[in-house]
Ligand binder design. Sequence first.
Ligand code: GLV
Length: 327
Amino acid sequence: MSKPKVFSTHPLFEAPRKLLDEHFAVDYWDHPERPPRNELLKRVADKDALICLLTEKINDELLTAAPKLRIVANVAVGFDNVDVAACTQRKVVVSNTPGVLDETTADFAWLLLMAVARRVLEGDQLVRSGKWTGWNLDQLCGADVWGKTLGLLGLGRIGRAVARRSRGFGMRVIYHDTVRLPAEVEKELHAEFMERDAVLAQADFVSLHVPLFPETRHLMSAPQFAKMKPTAFLINASRGPVVDEAALVAALDARRIAGAALDVFENEPKVHPGLVGRSNVILAPHMASASIETRTRMAAMAAENVIALFAGRRPPNAVNPEALEAK
Ligand code: GLV
């Protein structure tokens, strides 16, 4: 029997690639840039499975172009690039990569927080410029991190990993989420639940850890920035459209907040021009989960979901298991 056909929009890493090649006839997109849309539509035409990145829009157009498709394995935990309802309707399983990137992403959220508070990129630039004249009492004074209040919007797996790290800095942790966590989890994390406006008003650092849904689009806009302390910083390692970038720029212009550190943007790879060139803003190219170990695990997890489906098992990370029900 011939092997099922897979299109992978990325060459992946050696170990997951080996795993896939054992089971499938895999067509890899082997170029450094992302595949153009017309190429993607062409390459999926005869495929049984698709392994893709969050840069690919999986919608009706793509599903129509890929009539044999049985699974879309997104190499990311977020799957806002996938029209899950359209996939379910066509009995196409969608899988993601939850769990394996929580700690790595939390590390990076902390890196952003500390970098913007303590102005380390400005320091790096000063040293490299050759203009540093030596120690000075008021040079590059930032904001303390230790002992401050960390406000988390979203306390899922990644938010909790961020909260755990705050213990070493002696911080108070306050949070809001649509569902309040069980008391024992709050206790373990030393996290206090509050209404969102109270988190915004009390936090010295507001860090976003919600998925992108219609309800979380522009969760942070002008009214929310207006509630923050003028000394507070915004950290975003979730999804770009959670922040209204124009409103963020206006808040920074008006010194409504002290600064921002962003790993994600509303219209990636475009960045609002009002953010570039500000020394109190840190811009990172959507790299929070980018460690070799984690990205390899994410790719392996996508491969395992495809393998499971074609072995007649339930893909362990199916986000729409109802797609598995018989037609
Ligand atoms: C990255 O942003 C992911 O969703 O995994």
